[in-house]
Design a protein around this ligand. Structure first.
Ligand code: GLU
Length: 420
């Protein structure tokens, strides 16, 4: 991936962001310290039987950052570059994300160091079931509810739900979200991250004076979030998708692609690269494309001090978690680029996860139209809250989102009081 994602420690970034808000809110040292440490961390090393008959030991993590506002919530990622500090940062961001959209959760994240692209379905199932079993003591519908993240999906969640349920002796659909519909998943969860992102782009574009209809969009990362955002911006808001990329490279076409056709091409060939009629460009070039709107939908640390100046888009919507480092935020703010931070722009996923959990617990399921209407309401309100804080404190949207979120978390901590 572009721009050496491993060179910047994401947890350092997450903690610096807390400091910035703590200064702004004149927060005392005690509250600041609580926000800068994860509540609970679990590291597990476990063997998995590989297809060739050998065993390999894998390392996984589950970090529960803060549960002041409710059970912890957050995805599980499978990636070779997973580190404990990355999982800590992602767990902190989940805490702020759930608070920004005002759903009754704390934040958590999990990760397993592995290369799922080079593992068979059987190996992935055994890895998932064993990891689920190793962390089963600290997850559950009232404690911590995992979900999909980078390179995990509804099948992964089905295996976790089954493993956890087997251990309990009865079915527990509410232990994970992002499940297949047949197992208690929610209508609309699959496309919720991209859909939520498209809603906040629509809202922010009005304030930023950016046109979506007929405007151009560049998307880095064409996985679940990026491809759905592309399709919805194209289908529902009339945008032109001029550049997209995945881990193998990028493609560009000045008069725009039909993103559905690009999706088909990726399904067939494994990549967007080589799409007929498109010019090949690098991942870095996708970020720097001349476009009205940029959607980073891949991994963290993509927009840095090195390339922030070259970003041409007027509106940046972070469908990925942590794509922009703090130095780059400052540069973009000075350039008057509107950034919709990850904790807002990709919060549609966890919002519909919340709907899924609520439906599982009630055993009463909603139609797609109800899910999408409620999602739209949450995203519109959350954008308005963030925009208002940005104006009130004269800060960029990321700091504004943290102000909204951290105030809600600190309120919960204060009202609950410190035990004992
Ligand atoms: N992994 C997604 C995120 O980062 C979804 C988490 C969830 O649904 O719990 O927001």
């Amino acid at each position: 991936m572009a721009n050496e994602p491993s060179s910047i420690n994401p947890f350092e970034t997450a903690r610096r962001q807390v400091d910035i808000v703590a200064e702004l809110l004149k927060m005392d040292e005690g509250a600041r310290a609580v926000l800068k440490y994860p509540k609970r961390e679990l590291t597990v090393n476990f063997p998995v039987r590989m297809d060739n008959g050998t065993y390999r030991v894998f390392t996984g993590y589950r970090v529960q950052y803060n549960m002041a506002r409710g059970p912890c919530k957050g995805g599980i990622r499978y990636h070779p570059s997973v580190t404990l500090d990355e999982v800590r940062a992602l767990a902190a961001w989940m805490t702020w994300k759930c608070a920004v959209v005002n759903i009754p959760y704390g934040g958590a994240k999990g990760g397993v160091i592995c290369d799922p692209k080079h593992m068979s379905p059987g190996e992935l199932e055994r890895l998932t079931r064993r990891y689920a079993s190793e962390i089963s003591g600290i997850i559950g519908p009232e404690v911590d509810i995992p979900a999909p993240d980078v390179y995990t999906d509804s099948q992964t969640m089905a295996w976790i739900m089954d493993t956890y349920s087997m251990q309990k002796g009865y079915s527990v659909p509410g232990v994970v979200t992002g499940k297949p519909i047949s197992l208690g998943g929610s209508e609309g969860r699959g496309e919720a991250t991209g859909r939520g992102c498209a809603y906040v782009i629509r809202e922010a574009a009005k304030d930023a004076g950016v046109r979506v209809k007929g405007g151009s969009v560049a998307i880095q990362g064409f996985g679940n979030a990026g491809s759905v955002a592309a399709n919805l911006l194209y289908d529902e808001q009339g945008a032109k998708i001029v550049a997209v990329s995945d881990s193998k490279g990028g493609i560009y076409k000045a008069d725009g692609f039909n993103p559905h056709a690009v999706e088909e091409h990726k399904k067939k060939t494994g990549s967007v690269v080589g799409f007929p009629g498109a010019k090949s460009i690098s991942n870095e070039e996708v970020l720097e494309t001349k476009a009205d709107i940029l959607v980073p939908a891949a991994l963290e640390n993509q927009i840095t001090a090195k390339n922030a100046d070259k970003i041409q888009a007027k509106l940046v919507a972070e469908a990925a978690n942590g794509p922009t480092v703090p130095e780059a935020d400052t540069i973009l703010f000075q350039k008057k680029t509107t950034v919709l931070p990850d904790v807002l722009a990709n919060a549609g996923g966890v919002t519909v996860s919340y709907f899924e959990w609520a439906q599982d617990i009630q055993g009463f399921f909603w139609p797609l139209s109800e899910v999408n209407t409620r999602l739209e309401r949450v995203m519109v309100q959350s954008y308005a809250d963030v925009h208002k804080a940005a104006q009130q404190y004269k800060v960029h949207n990321r700091t504004a989102a943290y102000v909204v979120a951290i105030q809600r978390v600190v309120d919960a901590i204060r009202i609950r009081g410190i035990y004992p």
